[in-house]
Every structure is written in C-alpha cells, then in structure tokens.
Design a protein around this ligand. Structure first.
Ligand code: S3P
Length: 430
C-alpha cells in the first residue's frame, strides 16, 4: 500500500480509450460458466482483483478455468460435480463474489466457508442470508448471518416469493442463483429496477426466466449450457473519463466498447441533464448486452437533482458525479442514495471528507449529499479508504486542481480498473 503523487497542470484531455470489461458481467461469466455443463468461452473479461477473486473461488471448487489476458475458458460438468473445497473461499474486496457465491453454494451438495477482506467483513450479508434461509439454506455467520465468515452447508432449497426490501442486484442475483437449485417457481419482486445482467446472462445460457416490470420468475431444476460470452466495457469505469472530459479544459475524449445496458446508463442521463456535450453512438449488437461509443467534450455544466429510480442506475458513479457537480453552476442534490453507506466504504462520508479537502462546497445528508458549484479546487492529501472508486475520483480531481494531489493506497484501484493510470497517461500526453 503506497502513496501516489499526482501533479498535473490542468491538462487538456484528448484521444480515445477502449474501456475495459464490465466487472459485474465478468463475475457472472465465470459463475455461470462454472454452473453450466460444457465449455464456456469469455472475451473481454476484466482481469481485475475482484474478478480474479471469483476465479480463485471456483478454482478451489475444482472448476477448470484458464485465463489468457481478456479471454477465459471454463470447463465444467455442472454444479453437482464441484469438489468440496479444502480451503476457505476468499472473496477479497468483492461484494458481488461474496453475495452471489452464497446463493450458488446454498443449493449445492457441498460444505464451504466464505471470508473476505477487512471491508467485506463489515458489509451487510443478512440481506442475502435472510431470504436464502427462508428457502431452506443452512448458513451460519457472525451476528446471525450478517457478517462473514459465513459457512454454507449445501442443502435442498424451496422456491420463494420474495419482495426485496432494498434495491440491490446482488441480492436479486443471489436469490435467482439459489432458485436454479430450488424446488418450484421462485418470484423476486424488486422495489426499483436494478442492473439486470443476471437475468440477461441466465437467458443467454439457456435458462427460461421471465421478467415483467419489476417481477422476475424462474423455475428450479433448469440446466445451464456452456456458451460464448462477450463482456462489454464497464460504464462505471467509463464514468471517470466522462467526468474528466467534461471538466477538463479544451478536451475531447472518445470512449469505445462501453456497455450501454439501460439499467446502468444513469450517468448518461445525469450528464445530459447537466448540459454536458456528449454524443452516443450505439454499435451493432453482437452480444446479449448493448455496446457503443461515447464522446465527451469540455462542457458548461449546471446543477441537477438525482434521486428515485435513477439511483440504482448510477449507484457506483456517485463519487465521481459529486466531483462533476463541484464544477457545475448551482446546486446538485443527490438523494435516496443511503445504499452508499454500505459500499466498499461509507461513500457519503468518504466523498464529502475528501472533496472538502480540495475546497469543494459539499454537505452530507442522511441519504446523499448537496453540492454547490462551481468551485475551483486546490491540491491536498486524499485518502482512498481502500475503496477503488474513491481512489479514482481523487485521481480525476487531480486533473483540475491548482497544485498536486496525493492519494494513499492507490493499489486498491486494481479492484475494478487495473490500467486506470495508463489510460490517464494516454489522454494527458499531448
Ligand atoms: C453489483 C451490484 C451493485 C453495485 C456493485 C456490483 C452487481 O451492488 O454497487 O458494484 O454486480 O450486482 P448492490 O447490489 O449492493 O446495489
């Protein structure tokens, strides 16, 4: 864990970046390939720390996985042929790995124990263990199943009709994955629509899954068949460069290979409502996910209000949207975003503390934050809290500060964007 000093002179950003693979889709490609019978090939896979944690867990379960740069081959004969792991399954910093694995393992025929890093050990798991226990899962974890380590004794599961109390794709996915091995039809009702990569990819692997409004239905006992998966670029990674391009002087950035699944494009809505100069070019669709190119230019921005059903469509982008708002004229209100408190760190506190150090006018609220702009930012010593998205927000801020910015533990950025600094260098080098 080391500090990084970022000393830019408000560069103009130019050029094109091919956005690396989507983290959510990459995790699922490995998981579903491991559950499926036959061979699954993945292209565009994100080789980041989080996704490698998922691969590591499945290797310990005896699944044959070969990774060569962004290509992965998974050979499996289905979940019933996995081996009981003789080691603890380590899920690292990854909430998606931890929560979805709980759903998968609950209905398997093996016993296992899951543990994550310091951050994961503090993140709430009851939102997953509670509905899984209602399905008959045998799970034991600290604080009555709230925290890892959690032990799972695979068992026979029953279908459930579950009305989700939180908007969370991880919770929805954990239940749907458990439902594959449950008796009967499972129904999951969402309070808000969340990212639907699980639904789309299950269908791509041959599962009959029905989605109507916010209601998802799936019959247990269905098999997945190995297939080819194309992982689109991660719009959550693109978001950092969208903001960088909009707030840096005389800039124009083209971002290619961006996943444009409509459950993820809240950042585009926000940029448009703030008046950003953004163009969208949708490619021909070769995958089960929509892909396109985004071009962003230096923009005159105005404040906006972000809340309601927009929040799940941009939840991971809020740290960098807060930075964007410091450069917009007027007030930006971010509300209904209390889920930020249970991410890799408490992102309301982290964003407010760190942007204030640079001179931003930002106030925390119970469910979000209020930012008044535009404010010129100055240098400072920023903390990442071990959270990749706070680290990247700080690095993007450094592009427009008067004076240098240092960030601690910059290595945490490899959780989702290992070549982030290479890409910064590419667009700042004239
Ligand atoms: C994810 C869902 C979201 C998101 C996370 C990835 C997923 O979390 O913040 O980065 O892959 O399903 P929640 O389900 O907790 O909202």
């Amino acid at each position: 864990m080391s500090d990084k000093l970022l000393n830019f002179d408000k560069p103009s950003l130019q050029g094109s970046i091919k956005i690396p693979g989507d983290k959510s889709v990459s995790h699922r490609s490995i998981m579903f390939g491991a559950i499926a019978e036959g061979t699954t090939t993945v292209e565009g896979f994100l080789q980041s720390d989080d996704c490698l944690s998922t691969i590591d867990c499945f290797s310990k379960l005896g699944v044959d996985i070969k990774v060569e740069e962004d290509r992965v081959e998974i050979k499996s004969n289905g979940i019933s042929t996995w081996k009981e792991p003789d080691e603890i399954l380590y899920t690292g910093n990854s909430g998606t790995t931890t929560r979805l694995m709980l759903g998968i393992l609950a209905g398997s025929n093996i016993s296992s124990v899951l543990i994550g890093d310091e951050s994961i050990q503090k993140r709430p798991m009851k939102r997953v263990t509670e509905p899984l226990k209602q399905m008959g899962a045998k799970l034991i974890g600290r604080a009555n199943g709230q925290y890892t380590p959690i032990s799972v004794e695979g068992s026979n599961l029953q279908a459930i009709h579950y009305k989700m109390p939180v908007a969370s794709a991880q919770v929805k996915s954990a239940i749907l994955l458990a439902a594959l091995n449950a008796e009967g039809e499972t129904i999951v009702e969402e309070i808000e629509t969340t990212r639907d990569h699980t639904e789309k990819m299950l269908s791509h692997f041959g599962v009959n899954i029905q989605v109507e409004d916010r209601m998802i239905r799936l019959h247990g006992g269905q098999k997945l068949t190995g297939t080819h998966v194309i992982v689109p670029g991660d719009i959550s990674s693109a978001a950092f460069f969208l903001v960088a391009g909009a707030i840096s002087p005389k800039s124009r950035l083209e971002l290619t290979n961006v996943g444009l699944n409509k459950t993820r494009t809240g950042i585009i809505d926000v940029l448009q409502s703030m008046g950003a100069s953004l163009t969208i070019d949708i490619s021909e669709n070769t995958s089960h996910e929509l892909i396109g190119a985004l071009t962003i230019e230096t923009s005159d921005l105005k404040g906006t209000t972000i809340g309601g059903d927009l929040i799940p469509r941009l939840i991971d982008e809020i740290p960098v949207i807060a930075l964007l708002a410091t450069q917009a004229k007027g007030k930006t209100i971010i509300k209904n975003a209390e889920e930020l408190k249970v991410k890799e760190t408490n992102r309301i506190d982290a964003v407010v503390n760190e942007l204030r150090k640079l001179g931003a006018n930002i106030t925390p609220t119970e469910d979000g934050m209020i930012i008044e702009g535009p404010t010129p930012l100055h240098g400072g010593e920023l903390l990442t809290y071990g959270d990749h998205r706070i680290g990247m927000m700080a690095a993007i801020a450094a592009l427009i500060t008067e004076g240098s910015v240092s960030i601690d533990n910059h290595e945490c950025i490899a959780v989702s964007y290992p070549n982030f600094f290479e890409h910064i260098e590419k667009v700042t080098k004239q």
